[in-house]
Design a binder for this molecule. Structure first.
Ligand code: NAP
Length: 237
C-alpha cells in the first residue's frame, strides 16, 4: 500500500515543493491549505490521482480533526505529517499588536500541537511513521521584529523533543528542520533580511525549497532518527 504524507500549508512555497517532491516519489499526498484554494488544487492536479487538497485552519483543533478523519477514511493509513504551515507579521516588541502575537502563536505553535494530537493515533494505527516540524533559524537565534515568530519557532523545538520522547515507543519519529532563508512569498517580504541572511552564510547564498524538500523526503526514509533538529543552510546555529 502506498505511503500517505500530509503537508500543511502546501499551496505555495516550501509546502508546495514538498508536496510535489513527495508526489514524485510515489507518496499519496494530502495538501492542506487555508485561503489559497486555487493554488492548492493546482498543486494537487500537478501530482495527479495520488493527491487531494484539503482546506483547514491548522490552528483550529476541530478543523484539524476533520482533516485527519477525511484523509484516513480516504486512504486507510497515514505515515507522515510535515508541519509546514506558518505565518509571520513583523514589528518591534514594544509596538507589537497583541492580536497579531496571539494569531502567530495560534497558527505556528498550536497548529503543530493540534496536528500532532489528531494525526498521531492514525500514524500509530498505521504502524508508526514521521512527524517533521518546520521551525526556523529565528527560533534559535532570535531576530529583530520577529518576537512572536521566533518565540513560536523556538517553542516548536521543545514540542519536537517532547513529542519524540512520548511517541518513540509507537515508532513515530519526530524531528525539526530549520530550512534556512528561502526566497518564498514569506522570505521575500524583507529584502533587507534576505540580504543579511546571504551575507551571514558561509556559502554566500540562500536556501531553497527544492533542496529542503529533498532533505525532508530523505528524512522520511530513515528509521533511527528522532528528536533531532537539522539546520539546512550555512549560518552558525
Ligand atoms: P509561505 O510561502 O508564506 O507559505 C505559507 C503556507 O502556509 C501557505 O501555503 C499558507 O496557505 C499556509 N497557511 C498559513 N496559515 C495557515 C493555516 N492557519 N492553516 C493552514 N495553512 C496555513 O511560507 P514559506 O516560506 O513556504 O514557509 C513555510 C514554512 O517554513 C513556514 O512554517 C515558515 O515559518 C518556515 N520558514 C520559512 C523560511 C523562509 O525563509 N521562507 C525560513 C525559515 C522557516 P494559504 O495561503 O492557503 O493560507
Amino acid at each position: 500500500m502506498k505511503a500517505v504524507a500530509v503537508v500543511t500549508g502546501a499551496s505555495r512555497g516550501l509546502g508546495r515543493q514538498t508536496a510535489l517532491t513527495l508526489g514524485r516519489m510515489g507518496y499519496r499526498v494530502a495538501l492542506n491549505y487555508l485561503g489559497s484554494e486555487e493554488e492548492a488544487e493546482e498543486v494537487a492536479r500537478e501530482i495527479g490521482e495520488n493527491a487531494i487538497a484539503i482546506k483547514a485552519d491548522v490552528g483550529d483543533l476541530e478543523q484539524a480533526e476533520k482533516m485527519a478523519d477525511k484523509i484516513y477514511n480516504k486512504w486507510g493509513r497515514i505515515d507522515a505529517i510535515i508541519n509546514n504551515a506558518g505565518i509571520t507579521k513583523d514589528n518591534l516588541l514594544i509596538k507589537f499588536d497583541e492580536k497579531e502575537w496571539d494569531e502567530i502563536l495560534r497558527i505556528n505553535l498550536k497548529g503543530c500541537f493540534n496536528t500532532i494530537k489528531v494525526f498521531s493515533p492514525f500514524i500509530i494505527k498505521s504502524g508508526g511513521g514521521h512527524i517533521i516540524n518546520i521551525s526556523s533559524y529565528s527560533g534559535v537565534k532570535g531576530k529583530e521584529g520577529q518576537a512572536a515568530y521566533s518565540a513560536s519557532k523556538a517553542a516548536l523545538l521543545g514540542l519536537t523533543y517532547t513529542a519524540a520522547r512520548e511517541l518513540g515507543e509507537y515508532n513515530i519519529r519526530v524531528n525539526a528542520i530549520l530550512p534556512g532563508y528561502m526566497p518564498t512569498e514569506m522570505g521575500k517580504t524583507s529584502e533587507k533580511a534576505m540580504e543579511k541572511a546571504k551575507k551571514d552564510s558561509f556559502l554566500g547564498r540562500l536556501s531553497n525549497p527544492e533542496e529542503v524538500s529533498e532533505f525532508i523526503a530523505h528524512l522520511l526514509t530513515t528509521k533511527n532518527i528522532t528528536g533531532q533538529v537539522f539546520c539546512l543552510d550555512s549560518r552558525i546555529v
